[in-house]
Ligand binder design. Structure first.
Ligand code: SF4
Length: 463
């Protein structure tokens, strides 16, 4: 079979994109039996995708599909189906895993939705297993949508073949980072995403990871180190992002991986995201020695009340201890925060500011309000509160934000307070916020002021 894998042309985040790891995993699982090509719309745009279809003339097209940018996927599929109705179009990813019924009921250009982990399901589909017998998909029989039995996830991730790295030119992907680590200039080396594990042990109410992956599985240290070594020696990759949702969900496995990287003396620089309760001092030291230069911790809030309300299942004290330990060892820290969750008040925001003043992270990634994404507990609540229903996704609209009991303006105040570390209710805050808003109004009216604000004033006000 001729199989084309498509990364949509809007898959970037604010202009930046990692190599499409999910698609090269799929490619790796079918390479031996099929003729496979990959087109990355991030690099080549919509026209590049069309060109790949017209020149390669695939029999099957697999498209990765996140909720964000979902309609671009439908447009691409529609164009392909019109170009050649015989081409089978298969969607995979978070959105079809959850919204398969709506997709198949409303978009005839889509033939099959893969639900959950895709490698084995997609491989069997390409190998010709009849759809009636294929576990882990939804499809259309006449005009009725059929969901087949779920597929059991691959327990041993080592059994999943390596991604087909040779289908990508890593040099085409942007570098992102600051400083030099392990002799590697982070600002010049493309960031290559790899994964050591899939899933997460927690079940935060705004996140669908736990729902999609149903638990946490890690690869063996040997298997992961083999891939890193291959990328380092054969593809000259030096700078990595461990794109796991919870890199050290299995702390012992993460330690073994670090020991293996150290033992083999693989000279790389990498960063990872994890939970504050999934590191200890020994792991942090091993990570640093193995080339980790930064950890993003999903802290979410400096208020225990908010952590409990969002189901984070961590404590503020755990966050403080882990972050201060990591800093002591010399790791850079980014604290990922949610500001304006349900139950947020002036006091809880001020607790978060106190927390930030204690831990003094190198970076703060704060979002105001929560994205309402299918597959989350928050989505169910938003439906009960009649903020959203499933028909929302039938139109091309941005992912909605859950403001809970707050107004948008109040969330902006919360965010400003956290970014500027000016406590709510203080004179400092009022002056800063007042000046900021006056400036914003001026900026709207003047290009010169816009530049001045962006380059000079905003950093001062939010420092
Ligand atoms: S810890 Fe992170 S990945 Fe896990 S459920 Fe919570 S937000 Fe999602």
């Amino acid at each position: 079979m001729k199989v084309l894998l498509v990364n949509p042309d809007n898959a970037d985040q604010a202009g930046f994109s990692f190599p499409p790891l999910n698609l090269i995993y799929l490619a790796g699982s079918i390479l031996n039996e099929h003729e496979v090509q990959l087109v990355d719309g991030y690099l080549l745009g919509r026209e590049g995708i069309k060109k790949a279809v017209t020149e390669f003339r695939p029999e099957i097209v697999g498209i990765t599909n996140y909720t964000l940018g979902h309609h671009a996927v439908l447009e691409i599929a529609d164009w392909i189906k019109k170009f050649s109705p015989q081409i089978k179009i298969v969607l995979g990813g978070a959105h079809p895993t959850i919204m398969w019924k709506q997709i198949l009921e409303n978009y005839p250009q889509i033939d099959v939705c893969v639900i959950g982990e895709g490698e084995y399901t997609f491989r069997e589909f390409c190998n010709g297993t009849p759809v009636e017998k294929l576990a882990g998909i939804a499809w259309r029989k006449d005009n009725t949508v059929v969901r087949n039995p779920a597929r059991t996830y691959q327990h041993h991730l080592d059994h999943i073949p390596f991604p087909a790295w040779h289908l990508l030119n890593l040099k085409n992907y942007p570098a992102k980072g600051e400083g030099v680590f392990n002799g590697i200039d982070l600002s010049k080396e493309p960031r290559v995403s790899v994964v050591f594990s899939r899933g997460c042990t927690a079940s935060c109410d705004f996140c669908s990871t736990w729902w999609i992956w149903k638990g946490h599985r890690a690869r063996s240290a040997i298997n992961m180190a083999n891939e890193l070594e291959l990328l380092n020696t054969k593809y000259a990759a030096k700078h990595f992002w461990m794109a796991d949702d919870d890199f050290s969900g299995d702390i012992q496995a993460a330690k073994e991986l670090c020991r293996e990287i150290i033992r083999r003396n693989i000279k790389i620089a990498w960063y990872a995201t994890t939970r504050v309760d999934h590191v200890d001092l020994e792991l942090l030291e091993l990570m640093k020695k193995a080339g980790c230069y930064e950890i993003s911790f999903g802290v979410e809030s400096g208020s225990q009340k908010i952590l409990d309300l969002i189901g984070k299942n961590t404590t503020v004290e755990q966050a403080k201890l882990s972050i201060l330990n990591a800093k002591k060892i010399g790791l850079r820290i980014t604290a990922l925060l949610i500001v304006g969750a349900r139950g947020e008040t002036k006091d809880t925001v001020n607790e978060t500011i106190d927390f930030l003043n204690t831990i003094r992270p190198d970076g703060v990634g704060a979002v105001g309000g929560l994205w309402i994404l299918p597959g989350t507990s928050l989505y169910q609540r938003a439906k009960r509160e009649r903020i959203i229903d499933d028909t929302y996704w039938l139109r091309d609209r941005p992912v909605p934000i859950y403001y809970g009991e707050h107004t948008k303006e109040r969330i902006e105040q919360f965010l400003y307070a956290v970014h500027s570390r000016r406590k709510l209710g203080t004179v400092n805050f009022f002056i800063g916020f007042y000046v900021l808003n006056r400036l914003k109004n001026l900026v709207k009216k003047s290009t010169f002021m816009s530049e001045l604000y962006r380059k000079r004033l905003r950093p001062l006000l939010t420092a």
